[in-house]
Design a protein around this ligand. Structure first.
Ligand code: NAP
Length: 359
């Protein structure tokens, strides 16, 4: 064990506020790096875990460390790590959310001074990118990548830092969400023409990040307008994302577009959804013309897509500017003690911004 004294914002019991207290500093094992965390971002799942706990996530065990989005500096590298060295500035998806034995294995979780990251879920960031700006990326990026590229989701072609158009279109519903802003850019870097939905005040942002057109999701004729904009084009599928609270009807709207648009030959009519499907939606899709599946962003750590995004794509794309960190951070304070307060700020709901705490 290293002698650095660590501290974490722990979840000590089900549905209880975070408690800042000592934590072990766990040395990195093979393919792991130890990172001094300088900024963390808050995702809807962070405050959902705190609020709903085992009612919604029955495998959670306590006490456990929390947090997905970390940016900081590498201070130790484990055996067999080939992509990182001490002193590099990095961003990564720091979580053991899927692990039912997580309480026995501290060390992972963004909300601490020193976190472990696995090599294939972390990327070097350019010197010009602040830790706070970079910290908005990981879970949103993992979720978008899972929906777009996993074999049991849309299974699209992987992105490249130097993209070229492939002549196919994609619908990203909810383009101004954190997940959506990553999805638009990933899809454009994979060569797709992207149409999206957002509030009119976010139209300039989503088009700057590469969407060809955006439509106001609150308008009753949004589906018709999207279909019109896809005339003469070939669709590869749709990614459904909404903010909080979830609005399940967006999956059905995406399914309508996918059902009626001209599809890429040989491709199933498919909607990858960042929000749970719900029984009503499942019943409506039962005729089987369009398939929809819930995305689990944390699953990226267990698939080859994780390395394709974090090892092969993100660092070079940030460097050349074909992928940028978005949305901008709303920095609500400094220190682990501020994270619980940051949950309240995030829960209020933001438009194309993400709550961030500096450490
Ligand atoms: N399954 C997973 O693994 C996973 C992981 C991460 C997130 N998620 C889920 O993905 C969703 C997005 O998360 P996030 O962190 O990206 O959220 P976020 O950044 O907080 O999303 C806020 C944005 O939601 C947009 N929005 C609200 N209602 C909408 C609707 N009906 N249609 C389209 N856009 C809508 C708003 O856009 P405008 O401002 O333009 O109105 C707002 O900017 C959440 O439901 C979250 O729970 C799932």
């Amino acid at each position: 064990m290293t002698t650095r004294q660590n501290e974490a914002a722990w979840i000590v019991q089900d549905r209880a506020p975070l408690v800042v207290q000592k934590a072990p500093t766990v040395p990195p094992g093979p393919y792991e790096i130890l990172v001094e965390v300088r900024a963390v971002a808050i995702n809807p799942v962070d405050y959902s875990i705190a609020q709903l706990g085992q009612k919604v996530f029955p495998w959670l065990s306590y006490p456990r460390q929390a947090g997905f989005d970390a940016a900081g500096s590498v201070i130790e590298v484990g055996d067999r790590v080939s992509r990182f060295r001490i002193g590099q500035r990095v961003v990564g998806h720091a979580s053991h959310f899927n692990d039912k034995d997580a309480h026995k294995k501290p060390g992972y979780g963004a909300f601490q001074r020193f976190t472990l990251l696995t090599e294939h879920m972390a990327s070097v960031i350019p010197d010009s990118l602040s830790f706070e700006d970079a910290s908005v990326l990981p879970l949103a990026l993992s979720t978008a990548a899972s929906g777009l590229f996993e074999a049991n989701q849309l299974a699209l072609a992987l992105p490249s830092p130097t993209p070229s158009p492939n002549g196919l279109s994609l619908l990203v519903w909810g383009g101004a969400t954190s997940v959506g802003l990553c999805a638009i850019q990933l899809a454009v870097c994979a060569g797709y023409d992207v149409v999206t939905t957002c509030s009119p005040h976010n139209d300039a942002l989503v088009r700057k990040l590469g969407a060809r057109a955006s439509f106001d999701y609150r308008q009753a004729d949004s589906v018709e307008k999207i279909l019109k904009s896809l005339e003469g084009r070939t669709l590869a599928g749709a990614l459904a994302i909404s903010g909080i609270p979830h609005t399940a009807d967006i999956i059905e709207k995406c399914a309508l577009v996918v059902d009626r648009a001209q599809m890429e030959p040989g491709r199933r009519r498919f909607v990858a959804s960042a929000i749970p499907l719900g029984k009503e939606t499942e019943a409506k899709l039962r005729d089987g013309r369009v398939e929809a599946r819930f995305i689990w962003g944390s699953s990226l750590a267990q698939s080859t897509v994780g390395a394709a995004i974090y090892a092969d794509f993100l660092g070079p794309a940030l460097e050349v500017g074909t992928f940028v960190a978005a949305p901008p951070p709303l920095i609500v304070g400094k220190g682990l003690e501020k994270i619980q307060e940051a949950f309240s700020a995030a829960k209020k709901g933001l438009s194309a911004q993400k709550v961030v705490v500096s450490l």
